[in-house]
Write a protein that binds this ligand. Structure first.
Ligand code: F6R
Length: 260
């Protein structure tokens, strides 16, 4: 497990993007797992810069996103702040700015009429693509990876997951209230890759910023392996693991350079 501590959010994004870009250069037809949220935006910004200024070519990559709300899908006719789908997030924050092919993009389909069938297909599709080379990951305030809420099996696969009250509260405060959407109209379920699915990626690349994540980062990395903190499964990852932390997020690690 490599842990890299960076000075600020931008540096964290540049480091993560550098690792992804190196793979794209050496293996143009690589398979990338992407995440949504505030954490990876800087990484995506840097990948877009590399595409524009350095000609980084994404034309052969395949992508698989971690999760999507059940019941909503991208609606390009709506303003971005109203369309809360993760598909829209990826479109706005990365995909529309780079030369990834539409048919190579995979995001769980929040509008599927057959969620369980869809989840089985998603797992198969990852296998058919040859598995995920790099899976980019954040961590939720309660230690979740993707929508693997506390209590999710560490062997779980892609599936429908009910959202916890904490996630619903967080999402309401961060997004839906501003968008004028009522709490009861928010999606209460999601489609998510499982922890077992994520652990099959060849390289897990977790990025975390902000002092408010310092406690949960130390629990995930140094605490006991537990389904209460599903990201603690990083300790089980059999392949390559890189964790890039903004300094404040690393401040509660026992060996943190801040305390040395
Ligand atoms: C989203 C995902 C989530 C987020 C986590 C942190 O695809 O996988 O686990 O990484 O909720 O979200 P932010 O980055 O907004 O703090």
């Amino acid at each position: 497990m490599d842990i890299v501590i960076t000075g600020n959010y931008e540096e964290m994004g540049r480091s993560a993007a550098g690792i992804i870009a190196e793979l794209v250069r050496t293996k143009p037809a690589c398979v990338l797992g992407f995440a949504t949220g505030g954490t990876p935006v800087g990484t995506y910004r840097e990948l877009i810069r590399m595409h524009r200024e350095e000609g980084l070519d994404f034309s052969k990559i395949k992508t698989f996103n971690l999760d999507e709300y059940l019941g909503i899908g991208m609606d390009i006719s709506k303003p971005y702040e109203i369309d809360q789908s993760y598909a829209r997030f990826m479109h706005e924050e990365l995909f529309k700015h780079i030369n990834v092919r539409k048919e190579n993009i995979h995001i769980p389909d929040g509008l599927t009429k057959e969620p369980e069938e869809f989840c089985r297909w998603y797992e198969e599709e990852i296998k058919r693509a040859g598995g995920i080379d790099i899976q980019l990951l954040g961590i939720g305030g309660d230690g979740h990876w993707a929508f693997n809420e506390p209590g999710s099996s560490l062997a779980s696969r892609t599936r429908v997951q009910a959202l916890t009250k904490q996630t619903l509260d967080d999402n309401y405060e961060s997004f839906y209230r501003k968008a004028g959407i009522k709490r009861e109209d928010m999606p209460h379920f999601a489609l998510t890759m499982g922890i077992g699915t994520i652990l099959e990626s060849r390289h897990a690349l977790m990025i975390v910023n902000g002092i408010r994540k310092a406690g949960i980062v130390s629990e995930a990395i140094e605490g006991p392996l537990t389904s209460k903190v599903t990201a603690s499964a990083i300790q089980l990852h059999p392949g390559k693991v890189t964790i890039i932390l903004e300094k404040p997020a690393a401040s509660k690690l026992t060996w943190s350079i801040g305390k040395a």
